[in-house]
Design a binder for this molecule. Structure first.
Ligand code: PMP
Length: 366
């Protein structure tokens, strides 16, 4: 017998792979532009590739299950002890580990409407009840409402900053107030997958919060600004008591040898990170200027993607998406986020953004 809450889970739907779209629409793979999964348009960092090549010699052996070197690198980078770090196979692993550690049937998790879909998955697969808090008028997290939504059985609150798919940002001062008010027996998972795209004046040191709040887990990833999405590496920073729990329940060897080597190398690749930031910033300007010219509404974004409204009627997103796919442009419809009139487009290289804009213009005119 399968628990009803497992049967009820809708599978995660990712951005469509290039090869799949090429097959379905009879297109040349090389001509397809994929702006659907918030990947790094600069491609795989050379520093990571060199490190992986060296690590290949060790592949007959299991990885270092404690990932000593990578944890030491992250500890150095953040100025925290190594026993504050948990590694995951992507930060999805961290989000799910947190649920496995703290949720159970009969418990609830609080998260915002239009926030990252894995919070719902993690809640469901652990038999928890979701308390979904309406977004603010500008698609952000309503922190006072989220605080008020916490019930006696609430075990986790998920916050995304910036959030996917909306790109909204919570000022640190608001998070500070929120963390101070959350009951200490509720774990806050602060998902900062897109942190590295924040402008320098908006960046802040979230490890300060980890020092102050033993019930906080900060989640980060190497998938976005560091360009390692295919390797699956993410990490959590939390105080030792929580970190110890996460480490006990994670799958042994959850981060493989090549991923550990590559991630360690890119931590110090400041040049790649800076280029990721600059390409993203320029691309954001390019896309939003085009949206304004086309008279399309978009949500100001702090991530490496933009949510744009492509029609007034429900289903507009799916229709425009299909027309774009036929032209070899893969973006992300967000009907599953209850945003059926919108598309989420990842920020690409200038030529990729231009190809998307031209196709969108043609589709909307046609
Ligand atoms: N959090 C957010 C908000 C995301 O958008 C994503 C990626 N789509 C993730 C976490 C997970 O990414 P990864 O597992 O590759 O680290």
């Amino acid at each position: 017998p399968v628990p009803a809450y497992i049967k009820a889970i809708a599978p995660y739907v990712g951005g469509r792979p290039i090869a799949e779209v090429a097959r379905e629409f009879g297109l040349d793979e090389a001509k397809i532009v994929k702006l659907a999964s918030n990947e790094n348009p600069l491609g795989f960092p050379a520093s990571a590739e060199r490190a992986m090549q060296k690590a290949v010699a060790d592949l007959a052996r299991y990885p270092d299950g404690n990932a000593h070197d990578l944890k030491a690198g992250l500890a150095r980078r953040f100025g925290v002890p190594m026993d504050w770090i948990t590694l995951g196979a992507g930060s999805n692993d961290i989000l799910i580990l947190a649920a496995h550690a703290f949720m159970q049937p009969g418990a609830s998790a609080v998260y915002a409407k239009h926030s990252f879909v894995v919070y719902a998955l993690a809640t469901q697969e652990t038999g928890g009840r979701a308390i979904v808090v309406p977004a603010t008028a500008d698609f952000g997290h309503d922190l006072p409402a989220m605080l008020a939504a916490i019930e006696a059985d609430t075990r986790i609150v998920y916050l995304a900053n910036p959030n996917n798919p909306t790109g909204t940002f919570l000022p640190p001062a608001e998070i500070d107030v929120f963390l101070a008010k959350v009951p200490s027996n509720v774990v806050v998972v602060l998902d900062e997958a897109y942190n590295e795209y924040l402008a320098p004046e908006l960046r802040f040191d979230s490890t300060d919060w980890v020092r102050r709040f033993p019930n906080l887990i900060v989640s980060r990833t190497f998938s976005k600004a560091y360009g390692l999405a295919g390797l699956r590496v993410g990490y959590a920073i939390a105080q030792p008591e929580v970190t110890d729990l996460l480490n006990r329940i994670r799958q042994p060897f959850n981060v493989n040898t090549l991923a550990q080597a590559a991630a360690l190398a890119v931590i110090d690749d400041a040049d790649f990170l800076q280029r990721s930031y600059e390409v993203n910033r320029a691309g954001y300007g390019q896309l939003t200027a085009a949206f304004e010219k086309l008279g399309l509404r978009y949500v100001p974004s702090y991530g490496n993607f933009v949510l744009v409204k492509v029609g007034e009627d429900a289903g507009a997103g799916a229709r425009v998406n299909l027309a774009l796919l036929k032209r070899g442009i893969i973006v992300r419809p967000v009907g599953n986020y209850d945003l059926p009139e919108w598309l989420r487009v990842s920020i690409g290289l200038p030529e990729e953004n231009a190809a998307f804009i031209a196709a969108l213009e043609a589709v909307l005119e046609g």
